[in-house]
Design a protein. Sequence first.
Length: 217
Amino acid sequence: MIASNWTVEARAPNMSIRSLSTCPQFTAKSSSASEIGTSSSCAVLNFSRSRNSSIRLCMGSGNGGFGQNPNGVGDRDGVIIVDHGSRRKESNLMLNEFVSMFKERTGYPIVEPAHMELAEPSIHVAFNSCVQQGANRVIVSPFFLLPGRHWNQDIPSLTAEAAKEHPGVSYIVTAPLGLHPLLVDVLNDRINHCLSHIAGDAEECSVCVGTNKCQLH
């Protein structure tokens, strides 16, 4: 949920903003493509707030996915979303669920999960899978909050090792999630959902369900 002091300006022809209708905090404005020169497949959302900060996202207006960035992910690109990995099976399965959500939302054709350690598939396995599906460039995206040794050393090392088997394939390790403004809203949503749960107004979220963790001590 976006904080109440955000304003959303949506610019695209025939853009559907049904996804915003459940969020009364949004103020949505639309403009025709002729005014800004966008294509029919892309909606530009300008998130802005009073403190001189803004986020610009390109969202697809047709199938719910993201619009095409000319310098972004292409048909011959493979995306690997890599987390730390866990001995807990349920935690590893959550990455699979996230990858499915990511692939459906973005429309990217080649997206694979990977665990840095402790579980399969490994980065090596995911890299091979991307190449087998036709990727000639692999984007490794760490599903980590902040930069550290794993991002700085371990993931690049494991990726370089996997790439040795595919000399014609380039790769890049992208930045972790970091201090993205939308993470403030994700964290706030988690906090408020758990508080609603202990008040009896909401079910356990998908993370807490069955763990008996979400309770007041």
